[in-house]
Structures are given as C-alpha cells and as structure tokens.
Write a protein that binds this ligand. Structure first.
Ligand SMILES: [Zn+2]
Length: 386
C-alpha cells in the first residue's frame, strides 16, 4: 500500500480554504466566477489562489473543458485523481468501505463482517479492508471512518451503543495498523457533509437529512454550513415526541421517534401481534399487501415520520428534506401516511416540503467518511465538533 504524504501546503486561512472548497465542489470555474461567488476582488483571488496552484491542489484547467474559450485566463479546477481516500462506514456487525478520489467518486467498494466487537479486533478488520481497497487506487492520502456514536478529537469513540464501546481510541488503533492518517467521526455528520458537498444538498442554502435504521438520525445544513456541536452524535432527535398515543420507549417517552420509527421498534411491534419474529422488509411487504396489523404499525411510523419532516422544515426552513438509512423504505411503504403527517403540522400557506427518499445508500455513508478525511487532511479543516 502506497501512502501519499499530505499536500505540502494545506490551506490554512479561511479565505484560501473557501477558494479551494468552491473549486472542489463546483469546478472547473473561471476566475471571475470564483471571485463573484466568494465576493472577492480579482486581486484577492489571484493572491489566494497562487499558493494553491503552487502546491498542486489547484490547476489551471483546459479552457475547452468548460466550453468558454477566449476569456483570457484559464478556469481553475482540482485534479480529482491527484489524491485518493478510503471511507468506511462501521455498523454493529459489518464494515463497508469505498476508495474515492478527491471529489468522492468511487473507484472501488468492499465490505467485511466484524469478527468481534472488541476495538482491537475491529481495528484489525478495518486495516485489512483498507489494504484491500487501497490496492484499487495508485496511493492513499488518508482514511475516514464514520460510525453511529459520539466521537471526540476525530479519534476517540466516547460512546457507540451499537458496538457497546466507551472511550475506544479507534483512530489511533487503525493508524497503528495502516500507517495512514485517520479521522473518525459521527456517521451522520459524514453523510450530511457528503450530501452537502457532492450529493442531493449540493447548491442548496438549507437542507436536512433524517435517517431511519437501528436509530433515528438527523443532520442539517443552514446557510451552506453544517450545523454541528459537541453533542453531534448523541442522537438527540431520537426522543422527539411524535404520537401521543404511541408505545413507550425504554426511556419512558410515549410515542417518541425511537418508539415508532426505528427498524427494531417496527419489527418488535408486529412480532408481538403475529406471535413470531419478522424481518423489517417483511413488515413493509405485509403492509403493502394490505395486512391490517402491519398496515397500522407501518402507517403509525409513516405518520410520525411526516410530523418529524414537518417539524424539521418548520424549524430550519429546509428547502429539501432527505430521507435515508437502511430503514428509509418506510417513507415509500407508508407514503400516504407520511403526507398526512406533514399536512397535520404544516401551515397551509407554507410552501410544500420537498422530500427526497434515498434507498440503499450505504455507499453514500462511506463516501461521507472519505469526505471527513478530505476535510482534515487536504483542506486542513479542524475537528468540526470542537
Ligand atoms: Zn424516547
């Protein structure tokens, strides 16, 4: 495995980082377009871009590439293939990984079961998955790992309920095994940043993500910036009240998001009615075929999801709400109930909420983990949760 040293001059100031990031996300862009977008004078842009060009992070692209010939100066771009990254999404029983370039485009994909949940054993699995993915690209600049939990210093997993971890120095354990600069972060932060920079949130001033799976997740971008704090990763939206007549969650809330929207809550409720265990997709299949008990449980979840979407849109003025995660199919299986839930809590004068459902999005979570590595090791961005 060939390791690329970090770029000689990662952008240190906010202004030069903004130039690099704008071109990474939207390039190739003419100099006048970059200056206009960032409200810079041509002189300032020349001064800020010179070291970025010198370091090789930016290049002057072929004018033909943008179809704008004869504008005097050549457009600015990044060389997407100049750096590659590994992005891994870690769950309670598997690690999924991708190798990407600087624009988070996937070059290879692989996954591996976890032999055990012991942090050292998990680090061994991540290291061998990394080696496998690294073989598909010329070299690797850095590694990003996303997981459902609270992480500090881009290294220590303070708590991760699905892995039964407390204070596990995962970043250090993986760095010791791979020799790669490694960043560990919350998986929802990673997914939100992927959608923000390269996905369905690209170009939007405000959007939000709700994810359904073993838990309920929430992420938001407001005025083109992700909303983060020391509590990102605690899963605070999990106990948002949605159904005054719903079941109790383990913390004693009636009808909170966790009690009606997660995959385990839906399978548990239907299993109790049927008297035998049932898989999540089978619950949704039964509901779609008109089984009364399954329909009621799935619609209860769908109605709650609609109310949560309305709350998010009402409070953050999101232009778009993305629904993702392993359990996202609920939004389709209970589409009418979701719409009813939104209508219940949305003022009729308000614009309709644009809801986009992403099924089978494992790869996006991995690409998000790679984005965390790009932020830290190419753009020199600090740990965003500090
Ligand atoms: Zn609760």
């Amino acid at each position: 495995m060939h390791v690329t040293p970090p770029p000689p001059w990662p952008p240190k100031s906010g202004a030069s980082r903004a130039v690099a990031l704008e071109i990474l996300r939207y390039g190739p862009l003419s100099r006048s377009e970059v200056a206009r977008r960032l409200d810079l004078s041509q002189g300032s842009l020349t001064r800020l871009s010179a070291p970025l060009l010198e370091s090789g992070l930016l290049v002057e692209a072929d004018e033909q590439a943008t179809g704008r010939v004869g504008r005097g100066s050549r457009p600015l771009d990044v060389v997407a293939a100049s750096h590659h990254f590994i992005g891994i999404k870690l769950t309670g029983d598997r690690a999924h990984g991708v190798a990407t370039n600087l624009r988070s485009e996937v070059a290879a994909e692989a996954d591996s079961p976890l032999a055990s949940r012991d942090p050292k054993s998990v680090a061994d699995t991540l290291a061998s998955l990394t080696r496998e993915l690294a073989d598909a690209v010329p070299s690797v600049t850095a590694l990003g790992i996303g997981l459902g939990g609270l992480v500090i210093d881009s290294n220590v997993v303070v708590s991760a309920p699905f892995l039964d971890w407390a204070n596990a120095p995962l970043g250090q354990l993986v760095e010791e095994r791979t020799g790669l600069p490694t960043v560990v972060g919350n998986d929802l932060t990673a997914l939100t940043e992927f959608e923000h920079w390269f996905g369905a949130g690209q170009g939007l001033d405000r959007f939000a993500i709700i994810t359904l799976g073993a838990a309920v997740g929430y992420g938001a971008v407001i005025h083109d910036r992700i909303v983060l704090g020391p509590d990102s990763g605690v899963g605070l939206v999990g106990h948002w009240p949605l159904d005054p007549l719903g079941p109790l969650c383990p913390d004693g809330h009636r009808g909170c998001a966790q009690s009606i929207l997660t995959m385990p809550s839906i399978t548990r409720m239907l299993s109790q009615v049927l008297g035998y265990p049932i898989e999540y997709d089978a619950c949704l299949d039964l509901a779609e075929r008109g089984d009364g008990a399954a329909r009621a449980i799935v619609d209860q979840g769908g109605h709650g999801l609609g109310r949560l979407i309305a709350a998010v849109a009402n409070l953050t003025l999101a232009e778009r709400v993305l629904i993702g995660g392993e359990g996202a199919r609920l939004a389709e299986a209970a589409a009418d109930a979701v719409q009813a839930g939104i209508r219940m809590d949305r003022d009729r004068r308000a614009s309709p909420v644009a809801v986009v459902v992403h099924l089978a999005d494992t790869r996006k979570w991995c690409r998000g983990a790679a984005v965390l590595a790009i932020q830290r090791y190419v753009l020199g961005m600090d740990d965003p949760t500090r």
